[in-house]
Design a protein around this ligand. Structure first.
Ligand code: GAP
Length: 508
């Protein structure tokens, strides 16, 4: 018996702790104190991540007739990044605190004037969080009290530092010191990691680690078209690492400096109904997230306001996920017109046109771009799957069980094989035989250590959907085993053929 699905208040802490304890995610270079914004994936994490990637690749590329895959290099010709606009404009607004040496993203650092009886008497600041407004209001009240100012305090009107006026900057307190006077005005900080290609380290050899995989698809567009397998509309997809020198990497693997993207550029006719195609891809992406087990209740859509879009962009919609630290972007689906191909045609002098048989016209295709981060999906999956429950065993004892309700599609281990007793050769022999058979097709796990209940708990905690126990009935009677289901914890007898048929149906 179990209590209903319970999510702890400190869900993020619980997830970070489980990720470390069970070998999903470790801080990078931990023995040297870690490196902010970099992470390692452990034995189970690497399986979960691979399953997410594989599911996307199968559905996005292999099971579609209109999308092909490529893999391009991480370091590309520096002219790629000049043409794409990244050298000039791939920036975040940065604010420094000259005293504490802390750096802030200006759009994540909020401030408000403290207004008493209609007069501004000072400023307060707070970092972006779920409670920014409350924090600023409390800080304003404290400010007024400390200064002994009498009168009516107005509700705070928060703005972020990108909206600060030059004369306000010196009056806004640094979140690090609590004192005004040390913050710098916001300046553009380029997030691309620079490196040098070749033996010379000078301006002529400067290159970049890619900040997105997308440019690989644009630069190889003609190569893919010329291989002759594609005709409009069609997509080019890629999965690979991207690098951004984020000012404030945070929320575990949500925003890191090295991460993995799954992007697809869907090229359409210049006269095609881009809006219809955009909507279709948004829905495709949403359905895909549901297919790997994310609950609909955690997903929402956010359409970027027209005035905030880049001049070439026709529209961008983000699929948002309700993380424990707030509703945040998971997957961006952008209608980018023909900007990227047009830019590369101009910069390289090589036309990026396609000949359309139907209209007998040459033109630069337009593009719809669904772009998502694997690490963000990974975190979303853990957040949605994690639960703690009180369970009562046969003897009435209550204990806590931690369970990851991962979809069988992406669970790192699909099935665990457990001989009831470790010291009974017949049980162990049959268990090992079944395990080896399962292992040929599925990620299986063999465990003969400890009480059976404890072994079930260990599998619950890593999200294994099914455990199969080899007991005396298996070897003395009809050959069936006990199948224990993770979510309901219910048990039933099952034969080998039925087990394989069930796995085949559930893991796709
Ligand atoms: N080519 C378009 C592009 O890269 P983006 O919105 O900057 O668009 C796409 O990135 C996706 O990549 C995001 O929706 C997010 O899932 C993921 N992503 C971006 N920056 C990230 C970071 N610093 N850490 C983890 N994932 C990130």
């Amino acid at each position: 018996m179990s209590t209903p699905n319970a999510v702890p208040d400190n869900l993020m802490e619980a997830i970070v702790s489980l990720a470390k304890r069970r070998g999903f995610v470790f801080p990078s270079s931990e023995i040297y104190g870690g490196l902010n914004g970099f992470f390692d994936y452990g034995p189970l994490g690497v399986e979960l991540k691979k399953n997410i990637r594989d599911a996307w690749w199968r559905d996005m590329v292999q099971r579609r007739d209109d999308v092909v895959g490529i893999e391009t290099s991480i370091i590309m010709h520096p002219k790629v990044w000049q043409a794409s606009g990244h050298v000039e404009g791939f920036t975040d607004p940065l604010v420094d605190c000259k005293v504490s040496k802390q750096r802030y993203r200006a759009d994540q650092l909020f401030f408000a004037p403290v207004v008493v009886d209609g007069n501004t008497v000072g400023y307060v600041s707070a970092l972006e969080s779920e409670k920014t407004v409350e924090e600023l209001q409390a800080a304003a009240e404290l400010f007024k009290r400390k200064k002994g100012i009498q009168g009516q305090l107005a509700p705070v009107q928060p703005r972020d530092m990108t909206e600060s006026k030059p004369e306000e900057v010196a009056l806004i307190p640094s979140p690090a010191t609590g004192e005004p006077g040390s913050l710098t005005p916001p300046r553009a900080f380029n997030m691309m990691f620079e490196t040098y290609v070749g033996a010379l380290s000078d301006a002529s050899s400067v290159s970049y680690l890619r900040p997105e995989t997308a440019q690989g698809m644009f630069v190889d567009f003609k190569n893919v078209v010329d291989t002759g397998r594609v005709k409009l509309p069609f997509g080019i997809a890629q999965i690979g690492k991207s690098f951004r020198n984020e000012i404030t990497p945070r929320n575990f693997i949500f925003r890191s400096r090295e991460f993995e993207q799954m992007e697809m550029e869907y090229f359409i006719h210049e006269d095609a109904d881009w809006s219809k195609c955009h909507v279709e891809w948004i829905e495709w992406c949403r359905q895909w997230l549901l297919s790997i087990g994310l609950p609909e209740s955690h997903l929402s859509l956010y359409a970027h306001p027209q005035e905030k879009l880049a001049f070439y962009s026709k529209g961008t919609v983000d699929i948002m996920f309700r993380y424990p630290f707030g509703v945040q972007e998971l997957w961006g689906i952008a209608a980018r017109g023909n900007y990227d191909l047009g830019q590369h045609a101009k910069a390289s002098g090589k036309p990026q046109e396609i000949f359309d048989e139907a209209s007998k016209k040459k033109f630069v295709p337009h593009v719809i771009e669904p772009a998502v981060g694997v690490d963000r999906i990974f975190l979303a999956v853990l957040c949605a799957a994690y639960a703690e429950e009180n369970v009562t065993d046969d003897k009435g004892a209550v204990e806590k069980r931690t369970v990851l309700r991962l979809s069988p599609r992406i669970a790192p281990v699909k099935v665990a094989v457990l001989p009831l007793l470790k010291n009974k050769e017949a049980l162990v022999g049959r268990a090992r035989e079944l395990y080896k058979k399962l292992q040929r097709r599925y990620a299986a796990f063999y465990d003969d250590g400890g009480a059976i209940g404890r072994r079930y708990r260990r599998q619950d905690e890593i999200g294994t959907p099914w455990c199969v126990t080899i007991d005396f009935e298996t070897i003395e009677k009809d050959g069936t085993f006990t199948l224990r289901e993770r979510d309901s914890m219910q048990q039933r007898r099952i034969g080998e053929a039925e087990l394989f048929a069930m796995l085949e149906e559930q893991i796709f």
